[in-house]
Design a protein around this ligand. Structure first.
Ligand SMILES: *[C@@H]1O[C@H](CO)[C@@H](O)[C@H](O)[C@H]1NC(C)=O
Ligand SMILES: *[C@@H]1O[C@H](CO)[C@@H](O)[C@H](O)[C@H]1NC(C)=O
Ligand SMILES: *[C@@H]1O[C@H](CO)[C@@H](O)[C@H](O)[C@H]1NC(C)=O
Ligand SMILES: *[C@@H]1O[C@H](CO)[C@@H](O)[C@H](O)[C@H]1NC(C)=O
Length: 318
């Protein structure tokens, strides 16, 4: 009798043990299902003359991303600099970039929906500004950084006006002609802050207030920039093969003119910046985490199908 009871007790004990294991397996499964149902948020930074929320530009991008997540609640934060769309457009020409990046660092740090990290997509100049976010702040952390037509080595020429405000854009072009590396122009004009004059590399490095710093061109290299950039899961750069706005086009793949002339272009992998690995790009590349994409089209001219197949599916669904 006693013996049987004990056996029964043992069987019950075994059974409840199994039950516990089953329950925890189910719970674990549910947890991974919940994780799969809540994808990493996305942060967008628009280009020059654009704003966070025009329905024909960033609004369309947002809708497209949402459509690929079955309109579930993927969180998307489209960066706006200023308190309305008009200010946002104006600031894309006239607010010091270092200040803009700092503002974005402060805003993203406070956004409760981003605290577990996010994927970031920059459009045109928004690409190099998001890269500055990664290098200078990166709290919360960027998982994949996607640059669509960004000018990572700057521009030497602004042949056409982009954006909704032509008057402002033409004003900027005139100022660039007057004295691109003059202090007052550097402090206020966004495009001057990534203007890279290959005929005048020394002056660029010394007086341009943004690009030489984030590209670690100066004698003292910032190791934080390198550590932060190489902590990315993927750094993806899209180049538009027929781009008529960005000179040289190779800047979209982090290449630039060889100093002292403006014809011959040096690709990223042949540059000193890469070979001495000032920014951790070589490290990313050797680890297979640097992707170079090309689009046969003019600046930012891509179809939504291309965007879904080449950006959303491979880089946002993680
Ligand atoms: C969206 O829904 C379709 C059909 O229900 C499903 O096949 C697909 O996997 C879903 N996609 C995502 C990202 O949840
Ligand atoms: C490097 O960058 C970090 C982040 O912006 C900054 O705090 C630090 O002062 C910089 N270091 C140098 C040597 O410039
Ligand atoms: C362009 O910007 C200027 C300066 O901010 C402003 O006065 C003007 O109204 C804007 N034009 C358009 C069409 O938005
Ligand atoms: C990036 O930079 C910031 C500030 O300089 C730092 O606090 C952060 O932890 C860095 N690290 C990574 C991996 O991004």
């Amino acid at each position: 009798m006693f013996q049987r009871c004990q056996t029964n007790g043992f069987v019950t004990w075994i059974k409840s043990g199994w039950l516990l294991i089953m329950v925890s397996l189910i719970l674990m499964n549910m947890e991974s299902m919940i994780q799969a149902a809540s994808p990493l948020p996305v942060v967008l930074w628009h280009g020059m003359g654009d704003s966070c929320c025009f329905p024909f530009s960033m609004g369309k991008i947002e809708d497209t991303i949402r459509s690929q997540f079955n309109h579930s609640n993927i969180y998307i934060h489209s960066i706006r600099i200023g308190s309305n769309d008009a200010e946002d457009v104006e600031n894309s020409y006239l607010m010091n970039v270092n200040k803009q990046v700092q503002m974005v660092c402060d805003t993203l740090k406070k956004d409760p929906n981003l605290q577990n990290g996010f994927n970031a997509i920059g459009f045109s100049q928004g690409s190099q500004f998001l890269r500055a976010y990664v290098q200078r702040c990166n709290q919360p952390k960027v998982h994949n950084l996607i640059s669509i037509g960004g000018q990572h080595q700057g521009v030497y020429g602004l042949p056409k006006c982009i954006g909704v405000n032509h008057t402002l854009c033409e004003y900027v072009r005139e100022m660039l002609d007057i004295g691109v590396y003059w202090e007052w122009i550097q402090n206020t004009l966004v495009q001057a802050e990534y203007w890279h004059d290959p005929w005048n590399e020394a002056e660029f490095i010394e007086r341009c207030v943004f690009l030489p710093d984030i590209n670690n061109y100066r004698a003292v290299k910032n190791e934080t920039y390198k550590a932060n950039l190489s902590s990315l899961n993927k750094f993806v750069m899209v180049k538009f093969l027929l781009d008529s706005f960005v000179q040289p086009i190779e800047s979209e793949h982090f290449g630039f003119y060889k100093p002292g002339q403006d014809k011959e272009v040096v690709k990223l992998r042949d540059s000193q910046l890469y070979q001495e690995d000032w920014l951790g790009l070589k490290k990313l590349d050797l680890a297979g985490r640097l992707d170079f994409l090309e689009v046969y089209g003019d600046h930012l001219q891509f179809t939504l199908e291309w965007f879904i197949d080449n950006i959303v599916n491979p880089y946002l669904k993680n």
